[in-house]
Write a protein that binds this ligand. Sequence first.
Ligand code: ZN
Length: 256
Amino acid sequence: MSYRIAIRFYEELNDFLPEKWRKREFELCFSGKRSVKDLIESIGVPHVEVDLILVNGESVGFDYIVQDGDRISVYPMFEMLDISQVTKLRPHPLREIRFVLDVHLRKLARYLRLFGFDVLFDETLDDAKLAEISSRQRRVLLTRDRGLLKRRIVERGFVIRNTDPRQQLLEVFKRLNLWSLCNPFSRCLECNGAIIPANDVPDEHAIPLGVRQWCNEYFRCVQCGKVYWKGSHYEKLARFVNRIMNEGNFFKNGKE
Ligand SMILES: [Zn+2]
């Protein structure tokens, strides 16, 4: 049996296509049954770059068998579109997003952790190691160094344009549309470990006396043991979190 389908690739996926097929819908004819994954890779687009496939408007998995007359839309991981509710490609979509940051982005690393994102930051890692970790652990590599992203094994990452850490944070939020994926105050700013409520009041030496007098709710990092409580520093960070979340409302409204 022969098949005729219409297909379109979005955003960065066009980099893999010949000029005549870029940023437009085009028709393909082929014979024999094939999965949408085979079809996409036969066109030259690596399936690891793909985060969402719509066939006639419905999300499908890689094993979907293409039918005659299908209209197929293929989206990359970095398409700025919140697809967490519709994608069927993977049980855990790539957009459960994790990062590795270069040595110049210490403050950005802390800010991303403040919003609950898994961020690997280690000043002892050289460029080769950062690239390897990004590839092996599928972490988005954020860097101020364009050369670092030219390494062949890096599949996902981008250059941070801003120098101010707060602007850098907004830059990443906008690029990846992170607002719906935030879980503020769930991760240790120091070590990236998870923060959980501390059942007991921590040892005296971990808490200043002035705090112990009013505070009876503590949190602890499961990894490094650092104790957190909702003091004045927390209030300051909470205001910052609210400001960034409000930017999300402006950003989304602005797009419509
Ligand atoms: Zn910690």
